[in-house]
Design a protein around this ligand. Structure first.
Ligand code: FDA
Length: 502
């Protein structure tokens, strides 16, 4: 996972869990800085010049969130909502522009209740401040044959992660996290507490992938749980350029999305002169090896590459770079604190071998830069584009993340230039019109809202919004126009309200 990779590159000590006993803290409070940085993952946004909140409200009950909205509106203070603090641009706890705002921090709202006796299958209610690692652990400890399809980094906050979709190692079998959300509790811009029945289907559609911070504060989510086998197989196979990495990656592009079974998810991490093929198969090694041997013989995968384990152990294996200590999934402070910049693309037509040689040349220029390629296809591609706001479904072969990091605050410009130049180079080989991007891999380079008469404009939002949401952007803006027409919940890339119908 990115977590494993970045931790390996910058092993900075973890921040202690902060004293969250104070429900409100202001810059004058002794623990303000420790609470502010507690779950902030990108050190870029913890500098002296960062625009910080005037107050952090750590809620433990729905009524606190409702009061924050009512009080914020009355006093002209906007809110930024933070669950796990992983936003790539730090928008859950800082503003890119001069702005007076408070943070509503949900880190202490993290109950998880699993029900295995429901008529329509097993479900769980999970609060937004829980991490996905806590969710995996709680579900599997209740019943080891149950799991949940979400992201690879165990400390991801459920609130922000589900708000943007949630891709992960089981998406080819089960789709995104939001494909399994069946109910939610939300505080809207009027401070009302709503569930699916009272919010209505348009708003319920929008919060399942339309991006965090747009429509209110989602306090908790009811999700359907999925079946996992008693034994799964993981492998991590590194191949250098000399061992044929370019040929294998070139072929993997179609094989990973269209020729491997849905139970198999094989992602690729490219760094330096090497490609690492990391896979989760929902079954035993002997069942999948013959398929890999016939579809991707160039990889030369053997039984000794396979590691069989429980599904829960595999979630730890992926998150902690091979360590299968499952209780670590409960540790919300295990994260890294690095300086990094990420951009994303989707690929619908396989990229030629010659271009992969060039991409490896780019990687040779930046030792800490890497690419993560995650296959789509399978179940995720069968869901209609408009079923949820996440539009990158049928026909997508894989998503690319371009990631670069650096060790100290003043060393970032070379790394940032590298990732931006590589992204420009890749423009000719990836999706176009729009050039697609993933909202959960937030990137302010692709556009920011313009605010006119205190409302974000639809035209400025369209520039980045079509990339994240394709044809679903207009519907999202219409829902925003219905539920928050004065644009109270907003940030630099929030859905602008559209007051005419879609
Ligand atoms: P954070 O608290 O920063 O919130 C992110 C956004 O959502 C902000 O705009 C925030 O205001 C809003 N928000 C948060 N909680 C909300 C709530 N309860 N109601 C309304 N709005 C809310 N993604 C992925 O799909 N698969 C993956 O495997 C990974 N892996 C990964 C690894 C690492 C190391 C990082 C840093 C990030 C990822 N991501 C990812 C991206 C991740 O899904 C994305 O950053 C999520 O928004 C993180 O949610 P958090 O709650 O942690 O962030």
């Amino acid at each position: 996972s990115i977590l494993g990779h970045l931790r390996w590159l910058h092993p900075v000590p973890d921040t202690e869990d902060t004293q969250r006993a104070d429900r409100h803290c202001t810059p004058g409070s002794s623990n303000f800085t420790s609470v502010l940085v507690s779950t902030s993952k990108n050190s870029n946004f913890l500098t002296n010049t960062t625009v910080k909140p005037i107050c952090i409200v750590t809620v433990t009950d729905a009524s606190h969130a409702q009061a924050a909205v009512v009080c914020g509106r009355r006093n002209g203070v906007r809110l930024r909502v933070r669950s796990g603090g992983h936003d790539y641009e730090g928008l859950s706890y800082r503003s890119a522009r001069a702005e007076v705002f408070a943070v509503v921090d949900l880190a202490n709202l993290r109950a998880i209740t699993v029900s295995t006796d429901e008529e329509c299958g097993p479900t769980a209610w999970v609060d937004s401040g829980a991490t996905v690692g806590q969710l995996y652990y709680t579900v599997a400890k209740t019943n080891p044959e149950l799991g949940f399809p979400a992201g690879e980094c165990p400390t991801l906050g459920v609130g922000g992660h589900f708000s943007g979709g949630g891709i992960g190692m089981m998406m080819r079998r089960y789709g995104l996290a939001v494909d399994h959300v069946v109910d939610a509790k939300l505080v809207n811009a009027d401070g009302e507490l709503l569930d699916r029945a009272t919010m209505g289907e348009d708003l319920f559609w929008a919060i399942r992938g339309g991006g965090g911070e747009n429509f209110g504060i989602v306090l908790s989510w009811k999700v359907g749980l999925v079946k996992v086998p008693p034994t799964v197989t993981m492998f991590r196979i590194p191949r250098t350029l000399e061992q044929g990495a370019v040929d294998i990656v070139t072929k993997w592009q179609d094989v990973g999305a269209t020729l491997l079974p849905r139970d198999m998810n094989m992602m690729v991490i490219l760094q330096g002169r090497q490609a690492v093929f990391q896979a989760l198969y929902l079954g035993r090694c002997d069942e999948i090896l013959p398929t890999i041997a016939s579809r991707l013989p160039e990889l030369n995968a053997t039984k000794s590459d396979c590691k069989e384990m429980t599904w829960l152990e595999s979630m730890a294996f992926i998150g902690f770079a091979g360590n299968t200590n499952t209780s670590a999934l409960l540790d919300r402070n295990i994260g890294f604190h690095a300086f990094f910049k990420v951009k994303s693309d989707y690929v619908r037509h396989a990229i030629d071998k010659e271009v992969w040689h060039k991409i490896f040349s780019w990687l040779s220029m930046n030792g800490s830069g890497f690419l993560m390629l995650e296959p789509h296809g399978g179940f995720i591609g069968t869901i209609p584009t408009g079923a949820t706001p996440y539009p990158h479904r049928s026909g997508v072969l894989y998503i690319i993340q371009y990631i670069t990091s650096w060790p100290t605050g003043n060393e970032g410009s070379t790394a940032r230039n590298w990732v931006r130049n590589l992204y420009n180079f890749m423009g000719q080989y990836v999706t176009k019109s729009p050039r697609e991007a993933y909202i959960n891999f937030r990137d302010l380079d692709i556009g920011e809202n313009t605010v006119v008469s205190d409302v974000s404009t639809f035209d400025s939002g369209k520039v980045w919004g079509r990339k994240y949401f394709g044809g679903n952007f207009r519907r999202l803006a219409t829902v925003k126009g219905m539920v928050d027409p004065t644009d109270y919940f907003r940030n630099e890339q929030s859905i602008p309200p559209l007051l005419q119908g879609y």
